[in-house]
Design a protein. Sequence first.
Lengths: 350, 350
Amino acid sequence: LHPPQTSSHRPRLADVAQRAGVSVSTASFVINDVEHARVSDATRARVLAAVEELGYRPNANARGLRTRRTLTVGFVTDEIATSPFAGEKIHGAQDAAWAAAHLLLIANTEARPELERAAVETMVDRQVDGVIVAAMSTREIEDPRHGAEFPCVLLDCFVADDSLPAVLPDEERGGRDAAALLLDAGHRRIAFIDGPRGRYASEARLRGFRAELERAGVGLDPALLSWSTGHPDGGYEHTHALMGLRRPPTAIFCFNDRTAFGAYEAIKERGLRIPQDVSIVGYDDLDLASYAHPALSTIALPQYEMGRLACEQLLAGDVAPGRHLVHCPPVMRDSVAPPRTSRRRPAPPQ
Amino acid sequence: LHPPQTSSHRPRLADVAQRAGVSVSTASFVINDVEHARVSDATRARVLAAVEELGYRPNANARGLRTRRTLTVGFVTDEIATSPFAGEKIHGAQDAAWAAAHLLLIANTEARPELERAAVETMVDRQVDGVIVAAMSTREIEDPRHGAEFPCVLLDCFVADDSLPAVLPDEERGGRDAAALLLDAGHRRIAFIDGPRGRYASEARLRGFRAELERAGVGLDPALLSWSTGHPDGGYEHTHALMGLRRPPTAIFCFNDRTAFGAYEAIKERGLRIPQDVSIVGYDDLDLASYAHPALSTIALPQYEMGRLACEQLLAGDVAPGRHLVHCPPVMRDSVAPPRTSRRRPAPPQ
DNA sequence: CTGAAAGCGCTTACAG
DNA sequence: CTGAAAGCGCTTACAG
């Protein structure tokens, strides 16, 4: 009847079958290495030769229609360009996907719920084998399934009832580790320039940070806690304020590396040195952190690993619902040192 | 016979046809708004109602098999995580794709030719409507078609014979603009800390930079040209070297913003001020550039626009082969000022 | 204005 | 060991 395009067609399975002098069934069996269908070596060789000569490659679309497996996973993200995080998550997910012969279908939603919904729907329409829904900074989202049923894992986000598997960074432990790192160096007066109030990461890191300080019998002086933007300007301003205090901190934990970069500037402007005068710890481990002077000690956010894990779990298909926390490893560089004794001495007992 | 999965199936077109009491043809016509097939309003309403009630959504896979259009474009990139560039390109491409009801299928190749080839092949197997091959930093690549025929546009890369459309930043003009910017401010002794030798961007920016200096009758002092890493450490070291010269430059053009960040550090360490003592111009317009102190003047690399353009051209299908240069707009911030007169005076005529 | 039927390119019980 | 045939879920000339 009507082949929509008669033009220079790719060879089809029928073409290789014909050339090899076998039926399409047999050709299909050898191409797919079907176990239980025993094909003689001679026949197999003829088919393989025909495949080679024709440069035959199966139409993945037709195959997917028949088998209901498309070897494709959907990746919908609320943001893709402003931070390097998205790229790292995608990189990890894509590596896991590729290892299982899958490809990633991407959609960016700008965190707009109606776009997110449309994105998930169009992926399901395309019969993806599963979808990863990712947020760039940990947050709660609506259930992306909206009643439909399909394999889904959440990346850096979660649903209220935890009915879906979610891969999340262990922010609270990260906060604890940051505090421990500074405590271990001997600091007692430690400030925290936190991120935006109410943001999941801000609250979780603070929880861990505060708990660790209290465990050490130090406690968090309310004057040393501030909420910032997560950008360098916030770190810059808050650090100036902090260092202008009558009893300035000897160390500052910054919500993220960008905030720490701002803190660096402020400290240098005041003629102080890092880490001799003030120790700094960041969060994220941006690649720029290792280029700072001195190289920034920080808590790494393992975006690549999280992306990989989410995709592996999705494809393995055996993940339990609920939150799966991923450790954020501290990375020690040169921005932490013991406090100056000269500064510790004058500090009166709390 | 054998429905591979009898489980909770999505409704098919046949289901809506049955429910509406029409044939699948008719149902298909109204769902696809087929022009020449006039369907009575009553019938149309019944079909639409059935679609609504059943929550019917067409199987994109089946549709693609039949129509040979999958509404999917392949995006293969040599790098996705280390710089923010990939994310911006993808963002632009995805926005253009989405606007045309397309989705992006992504593959990352780590710049390994065999992976690149496999990626392109698997995308063609999946019947994508076209593929974008992207590099993160302008470079020549092998023809990704390898004899096959499919719509393809290159993004930040090109093939030797220019037989494919390629969207590229106008690096040479960027170099010229950077020079002009500094020349216009009154500088005559301008250094260039270029990127790695032999890299396309390094060479092209140098070409433009040098040409503009010569046009202004200034010329590029070989002592003021150096090749660096493209990372902050390179900018840091070369700036120290430059400022240690007997006749240091009054302005430095840095290969990129990261290099400029290193230059900032070195200048501040020497007790000099930007822009009063030294003017700095970067390249890329990273988001961090606007947070630097002072905010960095730079030449923007319009990654998003390039991504969008490439995808638009691919989907429009009317692009001529050859290089399509995209302008890199200078963005003036606070790191450029006229040279100190005290420094200009002693400079003897060349 | 509407329907019956072929076919997109595969896979896979089933029969021989 | 191999083949004929149905069917995955659509679209679309063609006939009425």
